[in-house]
Design a protein around this ligand. Structure first.
Ligand code: ZN
Ligand code: ZN
Length: 377
């Protein structure tokens, strides 16, 4: 695999206008009203103000600029400095523009900002617990690439990506980590490509020793370049020092039985046993049988991981690399790693950086089939 750098504009990113990205704010939790406050003056149409409030009023918006009230179909707020937005219980700082529109659920808020500034925030939020600078640089390239691969994910909603973990965590321009901001600046424009396009650079927290091919975790994903990678020596993989590398979760059997009846069997059946039928190359559970007497239901481990996460909380079953035991009144999961296990292992990247590898070597390790290039975005 050859890494090379090129400087060229990439025309396929036509949905990004002048390096700006449109991020949907609080898409999962609908917002009915919001407050704005600006360090420098804010501008919206003919209004100049330092404080405003915006709420839904029937099918349009009602905005109060200082003391002047106006109704509008759409509001676009700009400021040369940061704009502080308060909604629900959040108070967050944004750069660029904020757009407000009424939608069926409430206020549709979109932050239109510079891609690189957005990435400084994403990298700060996504790798908050890593130590080594080269791991931040690897994450910066991966997050930039993932962003570009996903620019059409919320096309129907009128923006590129949302601000939740559904896309990438973005909390506005607060709590920016110096290492993250520096890593984004130093890798400006650098992305990983597969056949000339930004690749789907999935990443996760801790692989537990081996990553898996996307095709084994999500058979519907056709991403041949996301392969299984041994994350360093088997006894001491690069991520072994990560807190939570090994985990154990006990769940009361009666509680687990309720979960199985509601989410797996979808019928009031007693649970006799749970078995892992097949494993991935990396050692993750691939397919699980839920058995009730003579009846059994098979589901993919990936589906189980999501169902269990929503039912018991995401800290209960932290990955699909686990063994199952029954101990007295409990079902016990002994596991390794955290997250889906595809693409870059964030703590593995940190471990590699600690051993002296630079970010290009880290990226080469996890994404051996991709090319690192520099584009004018
Ligand atoms: Zn999303
Ligand atoms: Zn790892």
């Amino acid at each position: 695999m050859i890494f090379f750098f090129a400087v060229a504009a990439l025309s396929i990113f036509s949905s990004l206008h002048a390096g700006e990205i449109r991020i949907g704010v609080s898409v999962i939790r609908p917002v009915q009203n919001a407050e704005i406050s600006c360090e420098k003056k804010c501008v919206s149409g003919k209004n100049k103000f330092s404080k405003a409030s915006i709420k839904i009023s029937a099918t349009q918006l009602e905005a109060v600029y200082e003391s002047k009230t106006e109704k509008a179909k759409k509001i676009l707020v700009e400021s040369p400095g940061p704009i502080e937005l308060s909604y629900l219980r959040n108070k967050r700082k944004y750069y660029g523009k904020l757009s407000f529109e009424p939608s069926a659920k409430g206020l549709k808020i979109i932050n239109i900002c510079d891609l690189e500034k957005y990435l400084e925030s994403v990298v700060s939020a996504e790798v908050y617990d890593l130590k080594n600078y080269q791991a931040y640089k690897a994450q910066a390239v991966v997050a930039r690439t993932y962003t570009l691969a996903n620019v059409e994910r919320h096309k129907r909603d009128g923006f590129n990506l949302c601000d939740s973990t559904h896309c990438q965590l973005y909390n506005g321009y607060d709590n920016i980590k110096e290492k993250a901001a520096q890593a984004v600046k130093e890798t400006r424009g650098e992305i990983l490509e597969y056949r000339g396009r930004a690749a789907w650079t999935f990443y996760h927290s801790i692989c537990g020793g081996t990553t898996d091919a996307a095709s084994e975790i999500w058979p519907y994903e056709k991403k041949p370049y996301l392969k299984s990678v041994k994350d360093g020596p088997p006894i001491r993989p690069y991520c072994y020092k990560a807190p939570g590398f090994l985990w154990r979760t006990r769940i009361n059997l009666s509680k687990f039985e309720k979960f199985a009846a509601a989410k797996i069997f979808k019928a009031k059946l007693p649970l006799t046993s749970v078995k892992i039928n097949a494993r991935t190359t990396g050692g993750r559970a691939k397919n699980i049988s839920f058995i009730s007497g003579k009846y059994s239901k098979n589901i993919s481990a990936s589906d189980f991981y999501h169902l269990a996460g929503r039912y018991f909380g995401w800290e209960a079953v932290r990955s699909t690399m686990f063994d199952i035991y029954f101990e007295g009144a409990y079902i016990v999961f002994y596991g390794k790693g955290h997250g889906h296990g595809v693409g870059l292992c964030q703590h593995g990247a940190d471990g590699m950086a600690e051993l002296g590898y630079d970010y290009t070597q880290i990226l080469q390790h996890y994404y051996g089939d991709l090319k690192l290039v520099r584009r004018q975005l």
